[in-house]
Design a protein around this ligand. Structure first.
Ligand code: ADP
Ligand code: MG
Length: 564
């Protein structure tokens, strides 16, 4: 498990701070033990009415322990929280760096809400590993040893009895908690991620759901998911209450136990009664060191789950790993050919022996039922994934040895859903080309016939488009996407069902402007709308990961049908 190793190595790097913090944890508990033992001694002694001057030393001790306990605790908190934040910072930066290069591929594989909520929850979970697992485990072990040794000095029986109670608290109780709350609560983070993804999807699509009348179903489904989660949380809370009750019972049992064991020694005169009170109360207070142990064990399991998930997100599959890229990517022209390409995301083959040729300047249509692998072809062309087999050439140069970013400089993708960010229209366009001037932006918007809509925007390019661009209509968002492609000005365009979410009239209108704008480009147009055939020179069909070349009845596209 790389990630847990990583945390431990971080802890190792801060070993000075870790030692100081652990040292103060021990001092805090010791001061607590001293305070209660000395107070017990003092109160009992005071009942015998000794001269007040005789008690001065023990009075000072009570005061010392009382004040120092607060100071130690404060110092311990200062160190341990400082440490936690330092580790968190390292973890966050480390994870960001690990995830960033593989993000596009991972983001396609995971659903985005899921990825985000898992990622931040899991990193937060790891930060507490020291505070909630290492530190309590360490002080528990230390106090088992210390209490066993110190009590053995008074009575071996006492030492054995207390050891037994401590072992029950430190080992039996966590075992009980695991049994009661274990496995199901480990997956709580998964369940939460699932719920947040579910909510994300359905709230964003709420108006569609209302129109289609299927909102009742999803509300019922959502309620079920919430019930399931609160059920798990209830079980968890129950288990922890049980733990805390059990812990209290066992630690209180130490009081009568040590009293009964030490009493004969006092009666026989081997031990002073005052010392007995101090020992009985001191031992009782030492149980404070085990208060967090049940929690710590549960937390350790949850941390392991988080670490495994983060390993999974940040691990780089062989095909995603940047190879040593030897060639400069300089394709001679904008032709594309896929030769005998096979691919699988996981185990199942998604593409089988794909041969696809698009000449420079040619417009090729790709149709096929949903799930047949059309978008996967687009993903491979822009090198989000690499083929398991076969080769992809652009302008007769294989993209295998080129890095993804330089391949993507040649290709624009306009997809079914356009992701707009919650910022101005200008910033949303500049993503495609940071150097574009306002004039370029407005030209692009005019070219995609966004100009009428643009005139109505309250602040022109500074208009905020809202979360996910929801202040724009679906058609407007797709026009922005096409404007982005124009600004990027690449020789190859991939249109992955950009019109499928639009009404017929809107789709026709946009389709017309796209044909015009891409006259001289190489275009792969993915659609399951066969009426778009008139936009293409040639036509491929896919089903179940296989592809066929289909001859068109005639050269449909007017302008460049002779090329390629
Ligand atoms: P299309 O675009 O033709 O609808 P896709 O290329 O999106 O089809 O999907 C082809 C197959 O690959 C489907 O069975 C789909 O479930 C699967 N698939 C798509 N994306 C992923 C992914 N990121 N991880 C795993 N499987 C995927
Ligand atoms: Mg698709």
């Amino acid at each position: 498990m790389n990630i847990l190793k990583k945390i431990i190595s971080e802890l190792h790097r801060f070993k000075g701070r870790v030692s100081l913090s652990l040292f103060f944890v021990l001092l805090t508990i010791l001061a607590g033990v001293g305070l209660i033992a000395a107070s017990g001694y003092l109160i009992t002694w005071a009942a015998l009415q000794p001269p007040i001057l005789d008690m001065i030393l023990i009075l000072v001790a009570v005061r010392f322990f009382g004040i120092s306990r607060a100071v130690f605790r404060y110092t311990e908190r200062l160190f341990s929280h400082d440490l936690t934040f330092r580790i968190l910072q390292k973890l966050r930066v480390g994870f960001y760096n690990a995830v960033e290069p593989v993000l596009p591929a991972k983001a396609i594989r995971y659903r985005s809400g899921d990825l985000l909520s898992r990622f931040s929850d899991d990193v937060d979970q790891l930060q507490e590993f020291y505070l909630r697992v290492i530190s309590p485990a360490f002080s528990a072990l230390f106090f088992i040893l210390l209490t066993t040794v110190v009590t053995a000095w008074f009575s071996l029986t006492l030492s054995a009895a207390i050891l037994l109670l401590m072992v029950i608290n430190v080992f039996a109780i966590p075992f009980l908690i695991r049994k009661k709350a274990g496995d199901i609560t480990d997956h709580l983070a998964d369940d939460f991620a699932g719920l947040s993804q579910f909510m994300n999807d359905h709230v964003q699509g709420a108006s569609d759901l209302l129109h289609s009348g299927s909102h009742k179903n999803w509300m019922a489904e959502g309620e079920k998911a919430i019930e399931n989660i609160s059920d798990i949380q209830k079980r968890r809370t129950k288990a922890f209450s049980l733990e805390s009750g059990f812990y209290t019972a066992v630690s209180h049992a130490s009081l009568p136990a040590s009293f009964l064991i030490l009493l004969p020694l006092v009666l026989s005169g081997e031990l002073s009664g005052l010392l007995m009170v101090a020992v009985v109360l001191g031992v009782f207070t030492a149980f404070e060191a085990f208060e967090q142990i049940g929690n710590a064990v549960q937390h350790a399991y949850e941390t392991r789950e988080s670490a495994e998930r983060l390993d999974d997100i940040t691990s780089v599959k062989a095909d995603e790993k940047p190879k040593k890229l030897t060639t400069v990517f300089k394709p001679q022209d904008a032709s594309i050919s896929m030769m005998n390409v096979s691919f699988s995301y996981n185990k199942d083959r998604v593409l089988r022996h794909i041969d696809l040729v698009i000449g420079a300047g040619e417009h090729v249509l790709l149709t096929g039922p949903s799930g047949s692998g059309k978008s996967t072809i687009a993903h491979l062309l822009v090198k989000w994934f690499e083929p398991d087999d076969g080769d992809i050439l652009i302008g007769d140069q294989s993209i295998r040895m080129a890095d993804g970013a330089s391949v993507r400089k040649f290709i624009s993708v306009v997809g079914q859903h356009t992701r707009l960010f919650n910022t101005s229209l200008r910033n949303n366009l500049l993503i495609a080309n940071p150097d574009a001037t306002d004039r370029d932006l407005i030209e692009a918007l005019t070219a995609v016939r966004f100009d009428d809509a643009f005139a109505k925007l309250p602040n022109g390019l500074d208009t905020q488009v809202g979360e996910l661009g929801l202040r724009l209509s679906g058609g407007e968002r797709q026009r922005v996407a096409i404007a982005r492609a124009l600004l990027k000005d690449t020789p190859i365009w991939i249109l992955d069902e950009p019109l499928s979410n639009l009404g017929r009239a809107m789709a026709d209108e946009i389709s017309e402007s796209v044909s015009e704008l891409t006259k001289d480009k190489t275009v792969l147009h993915i659609t399951h709308d066969k009426s778009r055939l008139n936009m293409a020179d040639r036509f491929y069909a896919m089903s179940d990961g296989k592809i066929w070349f289909k001859r068109l009845p005639g050269p449909y596209r007017v302008s460049t049908s002779s090329k390629g």
